[in-house]
Design a binder for this molecule. Sequence first.
Ligand code: NAD
Length: 357
Amino acid sequence: MALLSNTSFDNHELVSFCADAETGLRAIIAIHNTNRGPALGGCRFWNYASEEDAIRDALRLSRGMTYKAALANLQLGGGKAVIIGDSSKIKTPELMRAFGRFVEKMGGIYITAEDVGTSPADMENIRLETRHVVGLENSDGGSGDPSIITAYGVYVGIKAAVARKLKTDSLRGVKVAVQGLGHVGSYVVERLVKDEAVVTVADINSENVKNAVDKYKVTSVAAEEILYQECDVLSPCALGGIINDTSIDKLKCKIIAGAANNQLSEARHGDELKKRAILYAPDYVINAGGLINVTFEGPNYNKDKVIKLVDGIYDTLNEILSYAEDKNISTNRASDLIAESRFQDIENKWGSNKLSA
Ligand code: NAD
């Protein structure tokens, strides 16, 4: 295995390799920071080209979770697990249980959840081996699919960004281009249409496009065109890395606010958006609804309480936008600085964390 560059590690507290010959499990659990509480982060099941790629992903994603949890004011740290392999070929209940046994061995400093390639049903299998798992099915205190709450948070973020940039509290007539009509994107469209926004959509999956057009009477464009629509808001709800050297000069939006993780290819692209007067709502701030939701899973799960907390994304984004303006820095750098102030050099808050009880 090639050596990883030093930059991949960002003071990660612990990185563990897990293997179970019987089930074929090969996994990595990365814990970035636990100052605010146990490290919560999903378990990604992905057919990585190399172990190095898998480690890099685990390091990057776990770091991102620390920032996301801190910005959402949760008493949680950041972690992530990756299982290496093609989930459609090697995933079995036994393999997920073997993974659950490794989560259990971490003794509660890592709490797993679903991510790309895993589902609430997989979490139920993990639950047979450990209680340090969230994102369970609706039964037994689980909260089900987190995408609906994630989408609601993205909608709240869009409203805050529109209020700031376009000076209006209403989305009526606001032009929004939504990239990706999957679990989150389709619910974002539903919300926007309800508020009478003018929505254009695209997805590489034609079935998803047809469903959205039929159901919400929105306009669709080719997948290659959606980023470059003349619009008020571009809402990326598909993949990361879409704001890059190739795309940035062609953008014709005033605001970028969507669910996709890691929308900026590099932090400097946030500076470039600032130069172009495009308001960027940092992705991990407005897509935190799902994380907030699973945090409150359990016998006393209360959806109304979760919604209230997700409504807080409005004020959080405003705080970041004001800070960025005051310091004359990009919004992504502002949110990173605020997050860091919340998890670096603070006393360990584990004592009061419900999830570790
Ligand atoms: P998903 O896989 O259900 O949907 C993604 C959709 O994007 C799919 O329909 C896919 O066909 C489409 N797509 C892929 N490439 C595209 C392209 N080039 N152009 C147009 N469409 C394209 O995923 P999801 O759960 O809806 O998540 C969407 C994004 O939000 C991801 O980046 C995810 O990491 C992020 N996110 C999701 C959640 C959640 O609760 N599901 C929480 C936080 C962040």
